[in-house]
Design a protein around this ligand. Structure first.
Ligand SMILES: CC(C)(COP(=O)(O)OP(=O)(O)OC[C@H]1O[C@@H](n2cnc3c(N)ncnc32)[C@H](O)[C@@H]1OP(=O)(O)O)[C@@H](O)C(=O)NCCC(=O)NCCS
Length: 167
């Protein structure tokens, strides 16, 4: 079985940072950065972190949840998205996504959003879910984080079941 050869990987191996300078084209009618722009960047960054963990192939976004927008971002600020794997199932990979913002001219970052997204690793040939390396758990902090991630995943699966029923 392919799964028996999968070596656990630490969350840190998947960490990725993506920064952009915000422009007027990113803004909504009120002059702050459109939430959809931030969500797109968050999804892209989360997907790359999941791909880094999976090691190859392709990932599909299965869920984006709990994205909290904490503070508006203004045109003329630099934003940085930081994503890292926070939970791994058999084929599913959750990433934690944090968004920071700061004025162009000052290195004073503040957290403006935080959320999680769930990706599924797909086989390149048949595009079916495929097994991925487990997440390396070494500390009590890792174990606590795992418990919290399992609780988030349980909520997601309940919401998915509900969505499938009502569609
Ligand atoms: C995501 C997708 C590939 C899952 O395929 P599937 O055949 O339903 O796969 P399964 O039910 O076997 O689920 C595979 C894994 O993903 C998890 N999963 C699937 N959907 C999930 C969801 N909404 N929330 C949480 N976990 C989910 C399952 O629990 C399972 O986890 P595990 O392998 O770690 O145990 C499929 O639903 C899909 O293609 N969705 C559309 C994806 C897409 O187009 N995204 C971009 C639009 S924004």
């Amino acid at each position: 079985m392919e799964e028996t050869h999968l070596e656990p990987r630490p969350a840190s191996a998947s960490r990725i940072r993506l920064a952009i300078l915000t422009q007027p084209g990113h803004a909504n009618a009120f002059g702050t950065i459109h939430g959809g722009v931030l969500l797109k960047l968050a999804d892209e960054c989360g997907a790359v972190a999941a791909l880094r963990h999976a090691g190859r192939g392709q990932v599909a976004t299965a869920a984006m949840d709990s994205m909290m927008f904490l503070d508006p971002v203004h045109v003329g600020e630099r934003i940085e998205i930081v994503a890292e794997v926070s939970y791994v199932g058999r084929s599913s990979i959750e990433t934690r996504i944090e968004i920071l913002a700061e004025p162009y001219d000052r290195a004073e970052p503040r957290r403006v959003a935080l959320g999680y997204a769930l990706y599924v690793a797909l086989d390149e040939v048949n595009r079916r879910p495929r097994p991925v390396p487990p997440l390396l758990i070494t500390s009590d902090a890792d174990r606590l984080a795992l418990e919290q991630a399992l609780a988030r995943q349980a909520v997601r699966l309940a919401r998915r079941a509900e969505a499938l029923q009502t569609s």
